[in-house]
Structures are given as C-alpha cells and as structure tokens.
Design a protein around this ligand. Structure first.
Ligand code: FAD
Length: 614
C-alpha cells in the first residue's frame, strides 16, 4: 500500500492550494482527484479576486500559494475595484483566460516537489476517530497521517435546469455520493446549499460593435507580490442590460424555475443572486447590468455575468435574446443550479480539523463557502496544518487581527453558515490594517517561520522589508515645522510641533509629490517602496484608534440598546443587517453580537451611535 504524509481529496481551488501548501511544508503529499486534467478548472465565473476576495488572493500569495501567480499568468483584464475609495477597501480583480489559468495551475503542480497527483474517486475514509487512509472507488487503499477533504459541490451534487434534475458534481462531472454517505455514517453533520451559474454564450453571435465596452485599468495591478505586470494580452468586455421585456419573460415563467417551482431545498448565496431572485427581490428595478466576459483570448465562449439561473433552457434563450446586442445570440451551455451537501463548519477547529476525527481536515465549498478565493484560502490553512500534524508539529491558526483568512475561519467556525459564505471587507473589523497592499508585510514573515514560503519569495520579501525600513527611516528623519510647511504652501495646525514626512503623509490632502518637491532625497526611493510607505502612513493613526475601539467594544458588551433604536439610520450598516437587527430588537450590544450575520464592524457602528445618544 502506498503511504503519504498528507492526502488531499479534490483538485479544485481548495485542494490545489492545500496540496501545494502541504508539499511546500515538506510533507509527502498526494492529491487524489477525479480528473487530473481538471486541475485549475473554474466551475463558474472566469475571474479571480474582487472586493474582499482580492484581499484573500493577496494573502494566499503572501504565504507563497499558487492562486495569485496563476491569475497573473491568465489575467486578460485587470481592474482595481473601488479605486476611488481608500486602499483598505480596494479589491484587485482579474478576468481570466480559463485555459491559461488551467495551464498555469497544472504547470506549477507538475513542478512542485513532494507532490503526486493521483486520478481516482475517494469513496471512503479509513480509521475511526483517527484517520489512517482512504479507499478509492476501485477498491485500492492509500495510507496517510492526515486527509484534507476539498470536494466542492460534488458531495450529493444535484443539477437543476427548470423541472429537470440529474445527479452531477458540476456540468459534465459525476457527483461524489459514496463519500457523502460515508461521512454521514461517520456521524458528520451535513446540510444542503445551492449555487447557480449563467448560460454560456457564443461570442460570434453577439453584436459587439453595438455594445458599450469596458476596458481594464491603464496601469493594471496584478495579484502576486512577485510580479509587476500581467503576462497575457489585455482585452475589454462588453456591457448590456436586462430590460422590462426580459423581466416580463422571467416573471411569466417563474414557476418553471427550479428555485421558484419548489424543486430545490438548499439555500443559495444571497450576494450572488440568480436573475430570478433579482426580479423577485428588487421588483421595482426595471434593469440590471450584465457584463459580457470573454472566457479566453482564443475562445468564443462568453460568460454573461449577473444572470445565473435555474429556468428551463427555452426560457433562458428567450430572456437572453431580449437584451440589447444579444438578439441573435446562441447559447452554448444552459445555466443551471446545483445543490450539494456541506458540513457545518462549527464542527471544525480554527485549524480546519474536524473536532470529532483526528487528522481529518476540510476546506472550501464543503465548509459552506462560495468562491475560488475563499476555497483557496481555506485550502492553504488546511494544507499547512495537515502537514504540521503529519510532521509532529503544533498546529497554527490565523487571527482576525492579522488576516482576512483569520476573519473567515473565525466567522465559519464560531457562527456557522445559513447561506453560502463569501468574503466582504465589511466582515473585517480591522480592515484598515488588513489591506490587500500590505498582505506580504502581515503574513510573509509568518509564512517563512512556518516553512511554507520558498527561498525565492523569502529573499524578495527580505529585500523589500529592508527597503521599507530604510525608506521609513528617511521619512521619519525629514521633518517640517508648521511654519516651514506653510512656506511651501502646506496648511497644518499652528501648534508648533515638527512633523516627520511619514506623519505628514497621514494627512489626506498631502501627497508624496508635495513632499518630494520639498525634500528631493525622497526621489531616491523606488516608486513601489515610496508608494507603499505612503499607504502605510495614511492608515497609521487609524489603525491605532481601531485597535482601541475593538478592545473597548469587548468591554462594552453590556451596553443597553433602547427599544426605539433606529438601525435604518446607520449609514454604514448593510440593508441585510438593518432588517435582521430591526426584527430581532436585541436589548444589549452583547445580544446584538449574537444576531445572525452581525459582524464586529457592525457592532462598532451601533456602539458609536449609542455613545452619541448619551
Ligand atoms: P471545486 O472547485 O468544486 O473542486 C472540487 C474538486 O474535488 C474537483 O476537482 C472534483 O473533481 C474533486 N472531487 C470531488 N469529489 C471527489 C472524490 N470523491 N474523490 C476525488 N476527487 C473528488 N462561486 C462564486 O463565488 N460565485 C458564483 O456565482 C459561483 N457559482 C457557481 C456555480 C456553479 C454551478 C458551481 C459548480 C460553482 C459555483 N461557484 C461560485 C463556486 C466555485 O466554483 C467554488 O466555490 C469553488 O470552485 C470551490 O472550490 P473547491 O476547491 O471547494 O471545490
């Protein structure tokens, strides 16, 4: 019988990241997956990153994971979302060429020492309260010290198109039913969730010349701290809109949708609603934007972002063709919804190990999340901990104060999920500190200590940290009094205090260029280092204040909330939370904290309002 330190089951985004992390840690790792050529497949949207999700990709990259590097190789349109807002909430995103992404992941996997890919279906876990191996559907067995399950939407997967349903892990793949049954036998609590995907369109039948086009950024910001620019040719995507006719067609056929016809029991992602959901939930809106995203440079398939559906194929064709520019469009593959089993993540530790079975780790969609980035980030944590367990080392966790990874795992393992979980910047109370731009400063050193960061990245990181330290030293040494500043046209409080360049950069209206004009020696700093220090400086004061706020909030759990407290007046609170809190009417801040989906960031807003009312 073959023996590995770690076996990863599933070669999706969680499994790939888990297998690479375990292998980088020095564990002999097997990645068992249904199809070796499925490594790097994007089941849904051909895009990586976005708000909150882009932060996760940068964190994965900071720990030397593969997702950011693959996205840079495959990216055909890079956009920094929220560019006009502060760096803390900006989210890097790239539309990817599916084929290039798959090639990048497969090439990195082939080049990774300690990692063997085995094609097969894992049907059963071996061992009892302590996992000892896996049995494949062909009856063969592999022994191990740790197993990581990353089976995505495949456990008990059921595909719905209108009133038709058939078993499937995703379109074209069989589900993983034996393993699902085995987990039930082992007493693991399973629930049902669902997600959906839009129809794919033939780009040759779209009237591109009539459509508004959206290009990427002029200066694309890539994901990996090791890369400076994209590798592939950059393209624009098209924009169209649903209209009243589209909505009418959908409304008339709602009862034929799998979701509204009562065929689906699983709960779907509220933040990625199907077009049916949008028409029902936002009944007053007469139009929704639809991005037409090419799936590759030499691929005519187009992904219409924003219209995922479980309506029958004929209705899909009718509503898609009602949109401008798509009048003659041909559907290559219908949209569909998929229901699948997930494991209640409250049964996991912060290391993503199942409490009930030693050596069994879970990561990705199986834990109730949705999205490649959420999956990849969990895979990385499970991979490095499974390796540490197998190698006899202590397990390590991530905290809400050092990463979005920590925020996500804490949310999942302490609150569980009632719908597919996706990341948002609003979930992080320390978000001014946890920026996408400083993920390496927060995590790469930690990764080097753990042993999951390779030599090449460790060297680049070491050089960058030295340059940052020298730059910060220079910025702290150069100072201006308010009077001197006024002489250069900069307005400061006339309090007589001399301020360093670093502290002056925390003023939103003082730019690095203003200060370089006064102190030409700042021009010697590389633009990358100077720009990073400017971002660090901008947030330095806020971060301190934020840390104090959160510490105070922990003391303030007993604050009473008056019965007439108006949640709808809190502008920073999401509509979802306004509704949930208004319904729940918690009596204290402590009670509010336990209302489903309430984030620490939301509590900070409520507390600020309560303080104002005093
Ligand atoms: P997956 O990427 O699904 O990978 C699972 C892997 O496990 C596969 O390689 C499979 O072959 C393997 N496997 C399964 N069972 C076994 C077994 N028994 N033995 C061996 N190998 C096995 N995300 C969004 O953010 N927004 C969306 O709108 C969205 N829509 C989606 C729509 C659909 C139809 C689907 C299928 C997914 C959608 N997703 C969406 C989710 C996104 O694709 C997943 O979150 C992400 O791929 C999860 O990664 P994962 O690694 O957990 O699982």
């Amino acid at each position: 019988m073959k023996h590995f330190d770690v076996i990863v089951v599933g070669g999706g985004h969680a499994g790939t990241e888990a297998a690479h992390a375990a292998a980088r840690m020095g564990a002999r790792t097997a990645l068992v997956t249904l199809r070796a050529d499925g490594l790097g497949v994007m089941s849904c949207n051909p895009a990586i990153g976005g708000l909150g999700k882009g932060h996760l990709v940068r964190e994965i990259d900071a720990l030397d994971g593969v997702m950011g590097r693959a996205a840079d190789m495959a990216g055909i349109q890079f956009r920094l979302l929220n560019r006009r807002k502060g760096p803390a909430v900006q989210g890097p995103r790239a539309q990817a060429d599916r084929k290039l992404y798959r090639q990048a992941i497969q090439a990195m996997t082939a080049a990774q020492p300690n990692l063997e890919v085995i094609e097969g279906e894992v049907a059963e876990l071996l061992g009892g309260a302590r996992v000892s191996g896996v049995r494949l559907a062909d009856g063969s067995e592999i022994a191990t010290r740790a197993v990581i399950l990353t089976t995505g939407t495949f456990l008990g997967g059921l595909i719905h198109i209108g009133d038709q349903k058939r078993p499937g892990g995703r379109m074209g793949d069989s589900p993983s039913n034996a393993l699902s049954a085995n987990l039930r036998d082992l007493g693991v609590q399973l629930g049902r969730l669902k997600t959906g995907t839009p129809p794919r369109l033939d780009g040759k039948t779209i009237r591109w010349d009539a459509l508004e086009m959206q290009p990427g950024d002029d200066a694309p910001e890539v994901f990996s701290f090791l890369n400076a620019k994209p590798f592939a040719r950059q393209i624009a995507c098209g924009i169209t809109h649903t209209n009243e006719r589209t909505h009418e067609i959908i409304r008339e056929n709602l009862s034929r949708s799998a979701m509204y016809g009562g065929h689906i029991e699983g709960v779907g992602p509220r933040y990625c609603p199907s077009i049916e959901d949008k028409i029902v939930r936002f009944a007053d809106k007469t139009s929704h934007q639809v991005f037409l995203e090419p799936e590759g440079l030499d691929d005519d398939t187009v992904y219409p972002n924003g219209i995922s559906t479980s309506l029958p194929a004929d209705v899909q064709e009718a509503y898609v063709r009602s949109m401008f520019g798509l009048e003659e469009v041909r559907i290559l593959q219908p949209g569909y919804a998929i229901e699948y089993d997930y494991v209640d993540p409250r049964s996991l530790t912060q290391h993503l190990q199942l409490r009930a079975i030693e050596g069994l780790f879970l990561a990705g969609q199986i834990n109730g999340t949705t999205g490649y980035e959420e999956a990849g980030a969990q895979g990385l944590v499970a991979g490095l901990n499974a390796a540490r367990l197998a190698l006899g080392q202590d397990l390590v966790g991530f905290s809400r104060t050092n990463s979005y990874i920590g925020v996500m795992i804490d949310d999942l393992t302490t609150r569980g999920v009632t719908e597919p979980y996706r990341m948002f910047t609003s979930r992080a109370e320390f978000r001014l500190l946890l920026r996408a731009d400083n993920a390496d400063q927060r995590l790469t050193g930690f990764g080097v200590e753990l042993g999951c960061v390779g030599e090449a990245r460790a060297r680049v990181f070491g050089e960058k940290m030295e340059a940052l330290e020298a730059g910060r030293g220079l910025m702290n040494a150069l100072t201006l009094s308010p009077k001197e500043a006024a002489g250069h046209g900069l307005k400061l409080n006339q309090d007589g205090a001399r301020r360093s360049v670093f502290s002056l950069l925390s003023f939103p209206d003082i730019e690095l260029d203003d200060l370089t004009a006064i102190f030409p020696e700042l021009g010697a700093l590389s633009p990358e280092i100077a720009g990073q220090l400017a971002k660090d400086a901008l947030y330095a004061n806020y971060v301190e204040r934020q840390e104090r706020d959160v510490a105070a909030m922990k003391r303030d759990e007993s604050w009473e909330i008056p019965a007439d407290f108006d949640y709808s007046a809190l502008s920073g609170l999401s509509n979802e939370l306004k509704l949930k809190l208004s319904r729940a009417r918690p009596l204290t801040l402590g009670q509010a904290a336990r209302v489903d989906s309430v984030t620490p960031a939301a509590l900070t807003l409520i507390l600020a309002k309560l303080r104002q009312r005093q």
